[in-house]
Design a protein around this ligand. Structure first.
Ligand SMILES: NC(=O)c1ccc[n+]([C@@H]2O[C@H](COP(=O)([O-])OP(=O)(O)OC[C@H]3O[C@@H](n4cnc5c(N)ncnc54)[C@H](OP(=O)(O)O)[C@@H]3O)[C@@H](O)[C@H]2O)c1
Length: 253
């Protein structure tokens, strides 16, 4: 798909992977609708890219259809939707409050499903359209201390895969980008910094490049970094071996 001239909505554009994706899409000639809550950061990004800003809290899932209307109204069409916004939570599951659970589920799973539902009719009338989901390796392997986050990212993966089958033969293609550890504010925001020595965090721009490949080249599934495919493969073929290795070397925080 040609990104020059395409209208691209990026959720969570105010920070990290979303901001890097917005800049990469701008460099590729796309027209941007920048979403987030942080108005100052979004205004700065809009200044750099000429994009339009739409603010809204994705925890308020009932408001997502109105948010979609606003996004669509900015340029009268949408060709690319990047469902990137997300929030983490780390710690023992028993310490999560019902409110914590609701926020993680709503922002990471219900909101992107709702936004996709609301924008799909507009995407379907375009000659070519893309929906890209930023999920997580946590959703493919499970991680101790991130049970609800892992569950919603796995849910988003399942939604994307099903939608890809359902929309086969239409102009709307679905891509999933599965990052490992990325150097963003994600860890500080969730309240538990990333302290392991490996794997080393990758720059957000690398994930952004994968999002652009998903849109341009219709790539269904990409891991960043690419070697992350390996543990997922081992888990699929030899789950007992995987669990033994994960218990020893990782998968636990
Ligand atoms: N960093 C990693 O290691 C990593 C690994 C795997 C997957 N991911 C996924 O990558 C995506 C981007 O994360 P990031 O690393 O770039 O983190 P980040 O720097 O913390 O950015 C998160 C973005 O999501 C937006 N957001 C969070 N809660 C929101 C809410 N309630 N309503 C609206 N927007 C909200 C934030 O916007 P405001 O600040 O303006 O509210 C921000 O733009 C997430 O889906 C995350 O799960 C990250």
């Amino acid at each position: 798909m040609e990104l020059r001239g395409a209208v691209a909505v990026v959720t969570g554009a105010s920070s990290g992977i979303g901001a890097a994706t917005a800049l990469a899409l701008h460099d590729a000639g796309a027209t941007l609708v920048l979403h987030g809550r942080d108005t100052a950061r979004l205004a700065e990004l809009a200044e750099r890219t000429g994009g339009a800003v739409v603010t809204g809290d994705l925890a308020d899932v009932a408001a997502v259809p109105a948010l979609a209307e606003e996004m669509l109204a900015r340029f009268g069409r949408v060709d690319v939707l990047v469902n990137n916004a997300g929030v983490g939570w780390a710690g023992p599951f028993g310490e999560m409050t019902a409110q914590d659970v609701r926020r993680v589920v709503d922002v990471n799973l219900t909101a992107p499903i709702e936004l996709t539902r609301a924008l799909l009719p507009a995407l379907r009338v375009r000659p070519a359209a893309r929906v890209v989901f930023v999920t997580s390796i946590a959703g493919r392997t499970g991680v101790a201390g991130e049970s609800v986050y892992s569950a919603v990212k796995a849910g988003l993966d399942g939604f994307a895969e099903s939608l890809r089958f359902e929309l086969a033969g239409t102009a709307v293609r679905i891509g999933v980008v599965v990052p490992g550890v990325v150097d963003t504010e994600f860890f500080a925001r969730r309240g538990r910094p990333y302290e392991r020595s490996s794997p080393r965090p990758v720059p957000a721009a690398r994930v952004a490049a994968a999002v652009l490949r998903a849109a341009r080249e219709d790539r269904a599934d990409q891991y960043v970094p690419r070697w992350l495919r390996l543990p997922v493969l081992v888990r699929g073929v030899l789950p007992g071996v995987y669990r033994g290795l994960a218990a020893r070397f990782g998968g636990s925080g």
